[in-house]
Write a protein that binds this ligand. Sequence first.
Ligand SMILES: [Zn+2]
Length: 142
Amino acid sequence: MMLKTVDMAAARAYPPRVSKATEPFWSALAQGRWITTGCCDCGKQSFPPQIICPHCWSDSLEWTELSQRGVIYSWTRVHAAPTIFAAEAPYSVCIVDLDCGVRIACKLLETEAVAPSVGMPVEMVRLRYEDGDLFAARALQR
Ligand SMILES: [Zn+2]
């Protein structure tokens, strides 16, 4: 299943540093795929993608699909933003527990229809900026 795409009318304020280890993740995201590394020995996924399993130290990893849905573990709205993100303030960020058990921190896209809350179901989306992609969570839209 492909991630839904949200078009952003701007360039990324702080583009990610793409390394040899994370390039497959960003290339997949550009195609709407939501993946990370999974361990061939203990079976656990990690995010962000790793070159060594942080659970058992195995170097036998493969690319695996992440759950596109989860729930908000915590969130906050940033009003006093760092200078580089000042033009985007106020904005929200959150920690999401994905259905697959992986916990990630990311931007939270707020919608007018739903106020964010702990435990709220969310879906992951691809943010298509003018210069590349990022990702975020937003309230699950039924
Ligand atoms: Zn492992």
